[in-house]
Design a binder for this molecule. Sequence first.
Ligand code: A3P
Length: 322
Amino acid sequence: MASTDRKHANVEDEPVFPIRRERGLAPTYLCLFQEFWCPDLFIEGVKSFQKCFEAKDSDVVVASFPKTGTTWLIALTFATVNRKHFSAENHPLLTSNPHTLVSCLESKIFFVDEIHDPLLHLSNMLEPRLFSTHTPFTALPKSLNESNAKIIYICRNPFDTFLSAWIYFNKLMLKPLPALELEEAFEMFCDGRVIFGPWWSHMLGYWKESLARPNKVLFLKYEDLKENVNFHVKSIAEFLGCPFTAEEESDGDIESIMKLCSFEKMKDLEVNVSGKLDKFIDNKLFFRKGEIGDWVNYFSPSMITKLSKVIEEKLSGSGLSF
Ligand code: A3P
């Protein structure tokens, strides 16, 4: 089939499974699809991504579980990869939200609508192409796994991930869904019924692949990034095959990237104060507190015990811990 024929691939030719549509920690209904909780609005986008995406060896994909530091990692990766093209004073990250510069594969590029052509969009992109995705590793298109494209994954302590998700998704809730109370959202999170969840399978999918193929998947944690941004920006550059030279290091190029992408800098930029990503999302929603441990202000002792148990149960033996 010619590539243009596969635009907006619908899946008439794929088997139809009964899809459960349920309420979960998300701004829309979730469907249990290919063993993960996919927002109903994005199912066609995920299918189209799986069916039509042709990876290039130079592609870079920032993958994450929602609310774990995606925006920050996208900004750091974009600034690192494109450091030769832009000066600190005239940088696109000063006037564009990171999600505008690096589009999400399932929710933007392959989002099925009448007005844009994903394959045309992809064919017009300069290399290396940078993308983001929340799709679990096991549901990524074959072509992405089989190519030499690189994946950088970020995850976060589930306590802070939950809190950030609860606050964010309540602000985005699509009518007629009512906002979720803390306790009901927490039960959903502990059951794994959360957008792109279960969160443990999401993390473990990328975690295992990063152990099996360290040149394919770089696995990062928000907390580690916070502790030593400089070290991780260097490791991102090395992983992507564009290490900083001694001269770049002594010129302070890593520090410039860290500063440009810092929470304090990004959240006060005009584009992130009053801009919109699309008709639903205000850019300012991506920047809340940017701290580790805010969950202590919200969790009861029984919530702490319960989530600690789930983490222990789901991650034990994997080598991944928080
Ligand atoms: P909080 O809600 O805990 O503040 P995502 O980008 O995956 O949606 O994650 C959002 C979380 O990352 C939010 O956490 C947000 O404040 C934080 N964040 C956004 N930009 C950041 C940055 N440049 N540095 C550190 N944290 C950032």
